[in-house]
Design a protein around this ligand. Structure first.
Ligand SMILES: *Cc1c(COP(=O)(O)O)cnc(C)c1O
Length: 424
């Protein structure tokens, strides 16, 4: 019988390719791979950066362009549901992150949504000046906070803390704690319930960035009494390059705070064309302007697949894929200079494994040349994202064997692999 967790896997010294193929035969999620287009021969381990294309996306995009836009033109806002599409897709995303209908909008970029929420949170805690964030977080979150407090010019400060130091940093001076649940570089997973509870004990609010959580693991925002959240559409939700992000405002906070990007779609009555601004008191308050209907339509294809998935099963497979990857690295790539930067314990990480190596960039280029696609994060991290809907167990075996070959033959030494590209 297939074993799922590393603790047991570790004892296995005789893992073979056949063993992984057998796991694929028994995998209840295996059929979801059919819902995605994947290039022949490619082992794609970068779905944490750009999810694969749902097969349905092409036909959907074609229909929106040819029929809705081409034939129905302006009437599509009513006839084809364009006006409510951001809310409709938001409601679907709500089902993936433990939110209720009416609490999520699919719109804008993650950074822009974070800006809105940070403003709203600071507005709800006018006497407090501290924002707690993780210094090593994906930079845009920190940059947006820095830009906002500079613009507000009311003496706010960001207190940067890391991992275990975060709980202690949440004091009664704190207005808002703003954290990414799964760390983009290491895959470290924060305890959403514990941190949210601590923040509420001292009267602070919490914004959760779910960029590496939504579609990667079960998330229960309302179960944790989270206040606000943002997340990404193009990673584990498979919404396409530059897909709309999402924004969550708990029902109890809606209409209570000022959303600073006061575009007409956030107005209480956008089509009344009033002279003066009057905010909506629903999730519509988080909108700014007209969203890309093409992008929302394609994102919906990715979400629709995800809504059919049992998230507990997805999580179990994600942990198993990562565990096997670690085990095979231990067994076959020991002594090549790799260090595991992700938590070894599956419960403590998201759906990725990061390795550091002094030649990380060149090694990743060599892997990509062999059609095993992960990515590089400066200064020395190789990231491998494991997306249980289309990553097979056998892919883990093949990827590690490919890496082993590259290290044994020092294929990464090729001069062309030293050339840094614009996007890594
Ligand atoms: C991917 C990611 C983003 C993306 O931000 P955009 O504004 O949508 O480009 C933001 N924050 C984190 C933590 C991410 O991982």
């Amino acid at each position: 019988m297939p074993v799922k967790r590393l603790k047991k896997v570790k004892d296995m010294t005789d893992l073979t390719r056949d063993f992984f193929q057998e796991l694929d035969h028994q995998d209840v999620l295996a059929h979801f791979r059919e819902d995605f287009h994947l290039p022949d021969g490619m082992i794609y381990l970068d779905g944490n950066s750009l999810g694969a294309r749902p097969k349905a996306a092409s036909a959907r995009a074609q229909d929106v362009v040819a029929r809705e836009w081409g034939q129905d033109l302006i009437t599509s806002w009513n006839k084809n549901g364009w006006f409510h599409l951001a809310e409709k897709v938001g409601d679907k995303i709500a089902g993936l992150i433990g939110a209720a209908p009416g609490e999520v909008m699919a719109c804008d970029a993650t950074g822009i949504n974070l800006y809105k929420l940070l403003s709203m949170a600071l507005d709800l805690r006018p006497d407090r000046k501290i924002i707690v964030m993780e210094g090593s977080n994906f930079p845009t979150d920190n940059y947006m906070a820095q830009g906002l407090i500079q613009q507000l010019d009311r003496g706010h400060e960001i207190y940067f803390a890391e991992q275990e130091a975060i709980l202690a940093a949440i004091t009664e001076e704190v207005a808002v704690v703003c954290l990414t649940q799964v760390h983009y570089k290491t895959g470290h997973l924060h305890d959403m319930a514990a941190i949210t509870e601590k923040a509420h004990q001292v009267g602070a609010l919490v914004i959760w960035d779910l960029c590496h959580s939504a579609g990667a693991l079960p998330v229960d925002l309302n179960g944790c009494h989270a206040d606000f959240a943002v997340g990404c559409g193009y990673k584990y939700l498979n919404g396409g390059p530059g897909a709309p992000a999402f924004i969550f405002v708990a029902q109890r906070h809606q209409g209570k705070a000022r959303q600073p990007l006061t575009g007409w779609w956030s107005h209480a009555a956008p089509f009344a064309f009033e002279q003066d601004y009057r905010p909506a008191d629903t999730i519509w308050q988080t909108l700014t302007g007209t969203q890309s209907i093409l992008a929302l339509s394609v994102l919906e294809c990715g979400i629709d697949i995800m809504l059919r998935v049992d998230m507990a099963k997805l999580r179990a497979k994600s942990i198993a894929l990562c565990d096997y990857f670690i085990t095979l690295m231990d067994q076959h790539c020991d002594g090549f200079g790799f260090s595991l930067e992700s938590p070894r314990d599956g419960d403590g990480r998201g759906s990725q494994i990061s390795l550091s190596h002094s030649k990380a960039f060149a090694i990743m280029q060599a892997l990509i040349a062999e059609n095993v696609v992960g990515d590089f994060r400066a200064p020395d991290i190789m990231r491998f994202g494991f997306t249980p809907l289309y990553t097979r167990y056998v892919d883990i075996w093949d990827a590690v064997m490919c890496l082993k070959n590259i290290m044994e033959k020092e294929l990464w030494q090729k001069a062309e692999y030293g050339q840094l590209t614009a996007v890594t």
